[in-house]
Design a protein around this ligand. Structure first.
Ligand SMILES: *Cc1c(COP(=O)(O)O)cnc(C)c1O
Length: 657
């Protein structure tokens, strides 16, 4: 078949803001329902009927149907007070409508209600989930024979698992040393600097700084030394998982005499708030969460990361993991992951320090599809630009993407784990998060049973398909797996599918960014934050009469109140959202913003900025914004117009008070 442009296909991917593809969706949903009914009718047709036609002629039956119908009508009416995510007027959070494929896939599988906790409750959809995990791993650039991934209910749980695995990998050498002693076996291990030694020779600091890959080799080695239940028993008397923090700490002191300070987790200071919850839940403690400063583009500052690592090493504080962000929740900023990885390498060779490196790509992960062409090769920045095809004046001299952007995306292939939310840029219904590991052996470290599989056995075996063994959650929707699977079939994870979709959203965001830059909002002045790495546009308004941060905040809060559903009964013309930049998280990004506002220095901000700075935020997940519709309204102009009018009203209210 000759290839057709993905822009044609785009029109078939969604129901459409006016339900333009209603017939298509209706046909597919009906197909799914009827097909399911055929299945039931053909399942032991000799069984006869449980509910007979005459049973349906009874009054009680009619009443039950009437109640059902009436209540449904009530629910349908209620639901219309929901958020119009599908609309070109919605530019708030990271959500748009779902692909038709995802909706139909979900509905079709939901009728069967499979539970992906175990293959026996989901013979079909567990396989789909494993396939989806492999597709996402592939999109990251992971080696298919080593990688592994699965779905979760969302990014928070996926991130939780990432740190749970990371912790177990980092602490494994300590347990392995104890186990080896107890079993009376010799185990050789690779130190951070690449040299080999008997595990008994490593002190606590060295044990905690074994590279994650070497730790997994060690794990595999250990199981070969003795019968499985003996290894398990020996490991359990030394592993944090079995002992819990209190006993573990006591044991370490007894054994090594030099109890180290608690291990820490490094995160970009723009990291999602789930990380705070996770370190609390895992017993690591939020005091051990260290925020690495960001630069003026909201990306983790690699220099600052290096300084942090050096400083921690001097104090002999072990590092469990470093969390880099690919697509920050507030700004869609992408860390220079290639540079973050370089810091880890440098730490390994220069300091003998190692840690797990995770990329939180819950928001931005699907953007990796932009870097793949239809033949499975990578696209260059130039090739991507050619297909985004933005007018030069929209680019403002800074075409997207930069070669560095492409490099950060390609670097995902070297992260130890990545989390990606299909229910964000995958345009899949909730709940659908995902985690992928570069090295599938890691999952054995959290499984509750001893490993049945040596890595030579494996993929596709019954044990492999019992997902519940390796994941935090239990019962989970097989429908979500079918949903993601079908959507990936229709929109491939490359330039033809998701790549095109996400390119269009970036184009839309840049058009909006330029329009905000050019808008005449006098007497107000609109300050744009730096151009986003993806598709979230952040800005704020100010007024020449303002002298304090409080006034600026009040104006922007006022705009937000008029352009959101935050207040009951609100009927905004356009919807955006807002965030609050606070000290010290955002200190690294504040200088240009404060200078633009004419509101003092960063030091002044640090001292008085407890209230933070209110930032308006507009996520462009609508792929149609960039093209505009031939006879529809221009939503970019409409949005700008609405901001002007909301600012005027907000100012009047401020003056009255
Ligand atoms: C959304 C998000 C999360 C959390 O994901 P949920 O699916 O809401 O649990 C974590 N990290 C980042 C960067 C996110 O954008």
């Amino acid at each position: 078949m000759p290839s057709t442009p993905p822009s044609d296909a785009l029109n078939a991917w969604f129901l459409g803001p006016r339900g333009e593809n209603a017939e298509l969706l209706e046909r597919l949903l009906t197909e799914a329902l009827r097909d399911h009914i055929f299945w039931r009718r053909n399942h032991h047709p000799e069984d006869g009927f449980t509910i007979r036609e005459l049973d349906k002629r009874r009054e009680g039956y009619d009443r039950a149907v009437a109640t059902l119908t009436q209540e449904l009508l009530g629910l349908l009416a209620e639901l219309k007070r929901g958020v119009p995510f599908f609309s070109g007027r919605y530019k708030g959070h990271m959500v748009f409508e779902q692909t038709i494929a995802a909706q139909v896939g979900y509905f079709a599988a939901m009728l069967y209600n499979p539970n992906n906790v175990a293959i026996e409750a989901s013979p079909v959809t567990t396989r789909l989930e494993v396939e989806v995990g492999a597709q996402l791993a592939d999109m990251m650039g992971y080696a298919p024979e080593r990688a592994w991934g699965h779905l979760t209910s969302g990014g928070t749980v996926a991130n939780f698992e990432a740190l749970w695995f990371a912790r177990n990998v980092i602490y494994l050498p300590v347990a392995a040393r104890g186990a080896a002693e107890e079993l009376g076996v010799r185990l050789s291990v690779e130190r951070a600097d690449g040299s080999r030694a008997d595990i008994g020779e490593l002190d606590l600091w060295e044990l905690l700084n074994v590279h994650p890959d070497a730790a997994l080799d060690l794990w595999q080695e250990l199981w070969r030394t003795a019968p499985r239940d003996e290894v398990q028993k020996a490991l359990d008397s030394y592993s944090l998982q079995a002992l819990g923090y209190q006993d573990y700490a006591r044991k370490l002191e007894e054994r090594f005499g030099d109890a180290l300070p608690p291990s820490v987790v490094l995160v970009a200071s723009t990291a999602h708030y789930s990380w705070e919850k996770i370190v609390r839940a895992l017993g690591i403690g939020s005091n051990q969460l260290i925020f690495v400063p960001v630069d003026t583009r909201f990306r983790m500052d690699p220099e600052a990361l290096w300084r942090t690592v050096v400083e921690l090493t001097e104090r002999r504080v072990p590092i469990l993991a470093c969390i880099s962000v690919c697509g920050t929740t507030e700004e869609s900023a992408m860390d220079r992951l290639d540079e973050v990885l370089a810091v880890r390498e440098r730490a390994r060779w220069e300091l003998g320090v190692s840690f797990h490196l995770h990329s939180d790509a819950c928001y931005g992960g699907y953007a990796a599809s932009v870097t793949w062409n239809r033949d499975g090769g990578r696209r260059t920045a130039d090739e991507i630009r050619a297909s985004v095809a933005l007018a030069p004046e929209v680019e403002e001299g800074k075409p997207w993407p930069s070669p560095e952007w492409v490099r950060s995306m390609e670097a995902l292939a070297q992260a130890d784990s990545v989390t990606i939310d299909p229910h964000k840029l995958g345009y899949i219904p909730y709940p659908a998060g995902a985690i992928v590991f570069r090295d599938r052996r890691a999952r054995e470290l959290v499984s509750v049973d001893p490993p049945y599989l040596l890595p030579t056995q494996g993929l596709g075996s019954a044990e492999d398909l019992f997902l519940g063994r390796y994941i935090f959650e239990g019962s989970k929707p097989g429908a979500a797996a079918a949903s993601v699977w079908l959507s990936h079939k229709v929109l491939p994870l490359d330039e033809r599918g998701y790549g095109h979709l996400i390119e269009r959203t970036v184009a839309g965001a840049r058009i909006l960014y330029r329009a905000l830059g050019q808008a005449d909002l006098r007497p107000f002045r609109l300050i744009r934050l730096p151009e986003p790495d993806l598709n979230i546009v952040c800005f704020l308004l100010t007024h020449p009469g303002f002298r304090t941060l409080d006034e600026v905040n009040a104006l922007n809060e006022g705009i937000y109140a008029r352009m959101s559903l935050s207040e009951p009964g609100a009927q905004p013309q356009y919807i955006l959202t807002r965030t609050r930049f606070q000290t010290p998280m955002y200190d690294g990004a504040m200088e240009p913003i404060l200078a633009d506002l004419g509101l003092g220095s960063v030091d002044h901000w640090k001292a008085g900025g407890k209230e933070g700075l209110v930032i308006l935020r507009s996520t462009v997940m609508d792929p149609f914004l960039a093209g505009g519709s031939p006879d529809g309204p221009d939503h970019v102009a409409g949005m700008v117009q609405e901001i002007r009018s909301a600012a005027g009203q907000a100012l009047r209210e401020l003056r009255v008070v």
